[in-house]
Design a protein around this ligand. Structure first.
Ligand code: AMP
Length: 210
């Protein structure tokens, strides 16, 4: 099964993709994670992407299309995959089509902007081990300190409120038109994602089995 997960940043695509990946035994391909890994290991592509990422902007199409081309050529993608965070623009979707990749379904996770702003701007991560927290919904036992490793809790640069708003603007402008693109191909399934993770998973599974 070849799938795409669409949705605004913070809509919970990563969580849904991980569950789908496990249930259907297909790899989860997240361009955001691939870029973050490249950044950590200091590759040229990672360094090129850093300034875009920090400002909440999209990395240029040719860079991410190159990443996806390489990744989809790996043998574990032969029987299917779930794309999480790609495509994010019409040219990226067109590139996928022109690679001859036939997508079965596109799941669009819909979450209102105000819920996303609340989720993302309240998010904190441990600077040592990366464990995620939320200042209202998922507090640590001691404010500002990781329960697991006592590392300091910090806010990711791209989770700061102005950056979140900039990312949402870009999403509405550049990525949302993909809904129409895939609706025309009769592949779009819309899932409400503002409730609990479990409820969203149930709706996603229903869409996949439809
Ligand atoms: P994510 O973790 O999916 O929210 O991605 C984090 C950041 O990586 C985004 O804000 C972009 O800067 C970059 N990125 C990830 N996927 C793409 C993509 N398909 N097109 C352009 N930029 C991307």
């Amino acid at each position: 099964m070849k799938l795409i997960l669409l949705g605004a940043p913070g809509a919970g695509k990563g969580t849904q993709a991980a569950v789908i990946s496990e249930r259907y035994h297909i790899p989860q391909i997240s361009t955001g994670n691939i870029i973050r890994e490249a950044l950590k290991s200091g590759t040229e592509m990672g360094l090129k992407a850093k300034s875009y990422m920090d400002e909440g902007k999209l990395v240029p199409d040719d860079v991410v299309i190159g990443i996806i081309k390489d990744r989809l050529a790996q043998p574990d993608c032969e029987s299917g995959f779930i794309l999480d965070g790609f495509p994010r623009t019409i040219p990226q979707a067109e590139a996928l089509d022109s690679m001859g990749v036939v997508i079965d379904k596109v799941i669009d996770i819909e979450v209102p902007d105000d819920v996303i702003v609340n989720r993302m701007s309240g998010r904190r991560v441990c600077e040592k081990c990366g464990r995620p927290y939320h200042i209202v919904n998922l507090k640590p036992k001691v404010e500002g300190i990781c329960d697991d490793c006592t590392g300091a809790l910090i806010q990711r640069k791209d989770d700061q409120i102005d950056t979140v708003k900039a990312r949402l603007d870009i999403y509405h402008r550049e990525t949302e038109p993909l809904k129409g693109y895939y609706e025309k191909q009769n592949k779009l399934y819309v899932v409400e994602g503002q409730n609990s993770v479990e409820e969203t998973i149930a709706l996603t599974m229903k869409a996949l089995e439809a």
